[in-house]
Design a protein around this ligand. Sequence first.
Ligand code: NAD
Ligand code: UDP
Ligand code: UDP
Length: 315
Amino acid sequence: MKRILVTGGAGFIGSHLCERLLKEGNEVICLDNFFTGSKSKIIDLMGHPYFEWVRHDVTMPYYIEVDEIYNLACPASPVHYQFNAIKTIKTSVLGAINMLGLAKRVKAKILQASTSEVYGDPDIHPQTEDYWGNVNPIGIRSCYDEGKRCAESLFVNYHNQNDVRIKVIRIFNTYGPRMEPNDGRVVSNFIVQALNGNDITIFGDGKQTRSFQYVDDLIEGMIRMMATGDDFTGPVNIGNPDEFTMLELASKIIELTGSNSKIVHLPLPQDDPTQRQPDISLAKEKLNDWQPVVKLEEGLIKTIQYFDQLLKDPK
Ligand code: NAD
Ligand code: UDP
Ligand code: UDP
């Protein structure tokens, strides 16, 4: 049995990861400051004898003995990471330093939840891991993008200087049950708007693209990455290469919910990437033929069911 620390464990992805790690017979410590996470996401795990949760902020040092660390603590939705931009940078950077210091002290393996945002508004398509990205260092997304880029640099340097066993994954847009209705990201926004019969808010002309990954596929990729040998550190893209425009996503969600909602166009936020699609050749090669198996429609149906239930019976 391994003892595993999951920072950001009470968030959308973190709660799925804690659940999966417990199912595999591990002891799990979920660390979270509940900024965007909530106890409701981990309530079903709380009775598990090998599950512990801790209210703690990763910007502060934390001492524990563990075998593995998954570092997910960081708000991920533009609305939330821009709410307190300085705090977002501190969470990414100081959080990475503290968790790397911990990994160094106890010789734990540590995985960083990095992001496709390190590629910024990419001018190569699809994005491969050797692309350095096109990020505006002073724009409204920079607190998140540069925070995550600095964290990647910290990971690589703790590996090179201190032999810390690191794993860096670059996660592309992920969705699924346990997203917050007010999370602000596009899939949850459109589904909640459609179910409530409200206008669907497309930012800009809706021709920008994203490639959406269902959360179960991501969790499988994370577990496989952690299990790779110490010589493979990443970064590796984990995402679904099926690419859609926001107009296509909106129509799909209207169709699947049977909603009467109308599409309205709002201004496009600054620095909003125009296209995004992962090249997943490296993940396939290094992660035992890993690739996403859940198609957009199938994943959306499950996510719509989740929100439908949640809106009828808010927890
Ligand atoms: P989320 O907002 O649901 O989860 C983030 C969690 O981190 C929350 O539970 C929050 O309370 C916690 N947190 C934030 N600041 C903290 C701090 N200072 N100390 C302790 N806990 C803190 O978002 P998510 O989608 O589950 O994202 C999880 C991770 O995956 C993030 O690091 C995010 O950057 C990364 N990621 C997500 C996506 C995606 O599409 N969902 C894409 C790329 C990367
Ligand atoms: N740290 C931590 N938990 C540990 C070990 C270290 O939170 O178990 C923090 C520590 O407070 C420090 C950071 O991690 O601020 C980086 O640790 P490192 O050993 O790399 O740096 P140093 O302590 O030498 O500054
Ligand atoms: N978006 C939108 N309407 C919304 C929320 C988002 O059209 O209500 C757009 C947003 O401008 C972006 C895309 O959807 O082009 C994905 O946004 P999200 O915040 O989910 O993720 P990110 O931009 O970080 O990839």
